[in-house]
Every structure is written in structure tokens, then in C-alpha cells.
Design a binder for this molecule. Structure first.
Ligand code: S3P
Length: 173
């Protein structure tokens, strides 16, 4: 008989720099599952980079595209999906993710997130004078939303990618 867990989706949520893509990709590889990243999927569908979408359509336009992609991808089964940091802002996205798979919140404190993202130029929300303060305010607003949507939370402070992947896999057993 088919193992129902083999068909369960795994969704990663968390702020920019939390490691959703890196950990998600590694988990998918270990489980031999297809991996998707909602940002890469939006770029593939539109043919343009995320910063350009923000420039032309604003954050609101980007969020519409993000919801479409999350709805589409989450209807599959057996996939691993890394979502963009703001995916949990829309209540409908939170509901889809929570109901259609196992949702893992990769949590890190704003200071570590800032250290990991400070040289990055591809995240429009961090192109401000004070990205550190921005990450703190995003954390304040979003941490409760991530917790509401997730089935469990993993702290990403010190552990290596491999240790994080093993923690995720343990939760799937
Ligand atoms: C965003 C996070 C980004 C990307 C966009 C907006 C956010 O994804 O979707 O720049 O609102 O936190 P990552 O979390 O993969 O960097």
C-alpha cells in the first residue's frame, strides 16, 4: 500500500534569509521529491526578476502573482516548496499551505537574518537605508503569522544545513 506520507507536501515558510530555499532543496533531494521555490516559479512564469516586478507592479502586484503560484503549486502532491517570506501575509495563502501540506517555519532572529542578507541586492524590501530595522519590523508583524500557519517551528540559529535537514526529516517520519 502507498505510504500517505510519500504524497504529503512539505512547505517552508519564514523570513528572508531563514534558509527556506537551501534547506528545502536539500530536503527534496534527500526525499527524492520535486522542489519548487515560489519566487523562482514567479520569475519563470513572468520571465522577469522579482525586483523588476516590484518596480513595475508594486508589492501588491507581486503578491497577486505570489498567491496564484502558491495556490497552483500547493494543489500538487509530494512536492517540497520554499515560499517567499511574505507568503503568509494573505490569510488565504496561510489556509492553503496549512491544509495542503506540512508547514515548517524556519525561525531565526532578525540580527542573524540581517547578517545573512546584507549583501543581497535581489530583495526589494531590504533595499532601504536601514535593512536591519526593516527586518526587525517584518519579524514583529510576521512571526505570529508564521506560527499560526506552521505545523512546527525549527530554530535556525547555529545548526548546519545538514542538521536542519535531519531535524526536518525526523518530523516527517
Ligand atoms: C519577500 C521575500 C522574498 C521575495 C520578495 C518579498 C518578503 O523571498 O518573495 O522579495 O516579503 O519577505 P525570500 O524570503 O525567499 O527571500
Amino acid at each position: 500500500m502507498e505510504d500517505p506520507k510519500a504524497r504529503a507536501n512539505v512547505f517552508f515558510i519564514g523570513l528572508m534569509g531563514a534558509g527556506k530555499t537551501t534547506v528545502g532543496r536539500a530536503v527534496a533531494k534527500r526525499l527524492d521529491r520535486p522542489f519548487f521555490d515560489s519566487d523562482l516559479e514567479i520569475e519563470a512564469r513572468t520571465g522577469v526578476k522579482i525586483p523588476l516586478i516590484f518596480e513595475h507592479e508594486g508589492e501588491q502586484g507581486f503578491r497577486v502573482r505570489e498567491s496564484l503560484v502558491i495556490d497552483d503549486l500547493s494543489q500538487q502532491s509530494g512536492i517540497v516548496l520554499a515560499t517567499g517570506g511574505g507568503a503568509v501575509l494573505a490569510p488565504q495563502n496561510r489556509e492553503w499551505l496549512n491544509q495542503r501540506g506540512l508547514v515548517i517555519y524556519l525561525r531565526a532572529n532578525p540580527h542573524d537574518l540581517w547578517l545573512r542578507t546584507r549583501r543581497d541586492r535581489n530583495r526589494p524590501l531590504l533595499q532601504t537605508e536601514d535593512p536591519r530595522a526593516k527586518l526587525e519590523s517584518l519579524y514583529t508583524v510576521r512571526d505570529p503569522l508564521y506560527r499560526e500557519c506552521a505545523h512546527f517551528t525549527i530554530e535556525t540559529g547555529r545548526p548546519s544545513i545538514n542538521a536542519l535537514v535531519n531535524t526536518v526529516l525526523m518530523q516527517l517520519e
